[in-house]
Design a protein around this ligand. Structure first.
Ligand SMILES: N[C@@H](CCC(=O)N[C@@H](CS)C(=O)NCC(=O)O)C(=O)O
Length: 245
């Protein structure tokens, strides 16, 4: 507990359980076994001034981090920054400290590259599927998404054992990407959002299919995530967006 001088930090998480970015913070806190309290932020109404005073961007997640007697309230925003901060403050196999072993800086670089690859090559291919104006466009966008996973992600999971980079432990790489994996699979509960064939095609990728199953089954991933209603809620949100245009 190098960052806390042996005293326990107080963590307040401003969140919304429907948000995949906030989901990253929940998973990380859970994996690191850090107790926290939460404040649910209603994202359907304009953010109140008290929240904008905490996070001027008005987004979730945000954490308020206090170490009694050592650190007054520190506000930390942006899901990846929050997750990395917590992982650095509490080093564990989830993210080895950079000087923990002769290879740990390299392990961190690999995790960073994996996350960067998802964010830059795959993450931005999902929303265009959901908003495709017709079936033919949707099919093309699905092909782009599957091709990106096959080309960019599948090879990086070749040595997953069972988690990223030969790790027996669930890592930051899984925590950052899991919210998007579970949503992708669960969107297929409604064929009009995403056809079931997407799951079949993803599961047919040997490394990705095996890894994604473990990620979807992970307790920390399922704690606050409501998979049963994600398709319904997402469809309602997309229809509201369409009505606004
Ligand atoms: N880059 C941010 C994105 C967070 C984000 O977009 N959160 C959404 C909910 S999923 C939000 O707070 N939206 C509120 C709004 O746009 O008014 C992060 O990684 O934390």
């Amino acid at each position: 507990m190098a960052q806390t001088n042996g005293t326990h930090p107080k963590i307040l998480l401003y969140t919304n359980h429907g948000c995949p970015y906030a989901h990253r913070a929940h998973i990380t806190l859970d994996e690191l076994k850090l107790p926290y309290e939460e404040v649910i932020i209603d994202l359907n109404t304009p953010r109140p001034q008290w929240y904008l005073d905490i996070n001027p961007r008005g987004l979730v997640p945000t954490i308020k981090y206090t170490v009694p007697g050592l650190l007054d309230e520190e506000i930390i925003t942006e899901s990846e920054v929050v997750a990395r901060f917590l992982a650095d403050a509490f080093p564990s196999p989830f993210l080895p400290g950079s000087k923990e072993s002769p290879t740990s800086a390299l392990e961190r670089a690999r995790i960073n590259f994996f996350i960067d690859t998802w964010n830059s090559k795959v993450g931005n291919t999902i929303f265009p599927i959901l908003t495709a104006p017709d079936e033919a466009t949707k099919r093309t966008k699905i092909d782009v998404f599957i091709a990106a996973i096959e080309k960019e992600i599948e090879p990086l999971l070749a040595n997953a054992k069972p988690f990223f980079n030969g790790s027996e432990a669930f890592t930051l790489a899984e925590a950052i990407i899991a919210p998007f994996i579970v949503r992708t699979y669960d969107y297929t509960a409604d064929e009009s959002l995403l056809p079931k064939s997407v799951v079949e095609r993803l599961d047919a990728l040997p490394n990705f299919g095996k890894w994604a199953k473990l990620v979807r089954e992970r307790e920390s991933v399922n704690k606050v995530y409501d998979g049963a209603s994600i398709a319904k809620n997402t469809k309602a949100r997309l229809e509201k967006m369409k009505a606004k245009v």
